[in-house]
Design a protein around this ligand. Structure first.
Ligand code: BJW
Length: 252
């Protein structure tokens, strides 16, 4: 019996499976991971400085342009077989919750129905000062970082993407639900995250402490590998469809 079978055995018995995904989940869709070098106009900037309130306050046009560039890229790309496999898992397990750090919306696009986006969503907007939600036609054209963001119609402060920057709290209800699912699940699939960013990186430890089997899918070991029960080395777009196909074969 190989490691894949060990995981399939656990999935076959599971009532609740949580898939905790990070940037590596979307890598095979052509979206760069967060800690990979950036490209083109944006290669000279450090994402960890752009994704902060201070970065936006000091250079709002730059940060706005960076998100517009990334939104444009996301619009040209689509979920891959790994995203679709997690959606198909819903047919094979009583409950599946996807907890994602990704802001691209690909899990919902692929058909997953219980998705908790703990770092927000690039397609939503809010204002900088008051968090007023703002409806905006997606400004994909202004992606050079030359134009200031528009202003909130209610308070006049600058509009920003509704994502979570360093030093900001995660959306409280969403993160509580993610913690609750992590502590109640039977199996957690940790996919494509470096495990460097808190508090999301703690969720696999919550699952493990509550008795779940924690399975990591990654192209290389991460900061979480030491804590997981099974490490499946390889790309999400290959490993997840293989897992789900083996589980489906048990059902037929
Ligand atoms: C594949 C693959 C394939 C590739 N298949 N795998 C000390 C000082 C100050 C703050 C802190 C501190 N210590 C901790 C903190 C808190 C901070 C933090 O964790 N910082 C660390 C960097 C040290 N966290 C926060 O600030 C959070 N808020 C918070 O804690 O509030 C309380 C608080 C308030 C005030 C002060 C202190 C605390 C908020 C974190 C928000 C993170 N936001 C971002 C940006 C979102 C918007 C955007 O995308 O622009 O979220 S940062 C970035 O990192 C993004 C990601 O979601 C997140 C995680 O990255 P992820 O997903 O793991 O991607 P990578 O690139 O790191 O890894 C990719 C992985 O995929 C790799 O392992 C590859 O091998 C793998 N891979 N191809 C499978 N095909």
């Amino acid at each position: 019996m190989d490691e894949l079978d060990t995981v399939v055995d656990a999935l076959a018995e599971a009532q609740l499976v949580v898939a905790a995904t990070g940037a590596g989940m979307s890598r095979e869709s052509g979206i760069h991971t967060f800690r990979e070098a950036q490209e083109g106009l944006w290669e000279r900037y450090n994402p960890e400085e752009l994704a902060t309130r201070q970065g936006f306050q000091e250079h709002p046009a730059r940060v706005w342009g960076w998100y517009n560039y990334r939104r444009g890229l996301i619009a040209q790309r689509a979920p891959h077989a790994g995203h679709r496999a997690l959606a198909e898992l819903e047919e094979l397990v009583p409950k599946v919750v996807v907890v994602t750090q990704n802001i691209d919306g690909f899990h919902r696009d692929a058909g997953s129905s219980n998705v908790l986006e703990v770092h927000g969503n690039i397609h939503r907007f809010k204002c900088f000062e008051q968090d007023h939600p703002v409806e905006l036609d997606e400004p994909v054209s202004d992606s050079n970082g030359d134009l200031e963001p528009p202003r909130c119609p209610r308070c006049g402060s600058l509009i920003r993407p509704d994502v979570v920057w360093f030093g900001e709290m995660l959306p409280p209800g969403v993160f509580q639900d993610a913690e609750a699912a992590s502590s109640a699940c039977d199996v957690m699939l940790v996919v494509g995250t470096s495990g460097m960013v808190q508090p999301a990186a703690n969720l696999p430890l919550v699952a493990s402490a509550s008795g779940a089997m924690v399975v990591e899918v990654n192209v290389e070991p991460s900061q979480l590998t030491h804590y997981v029960d099974v490490f499946l080395e390889g790309p999400a777009g290959q490993i997840l469809p293989a897992l789900v196909a083996r589980l489906a074969a048990r059902h037929s």
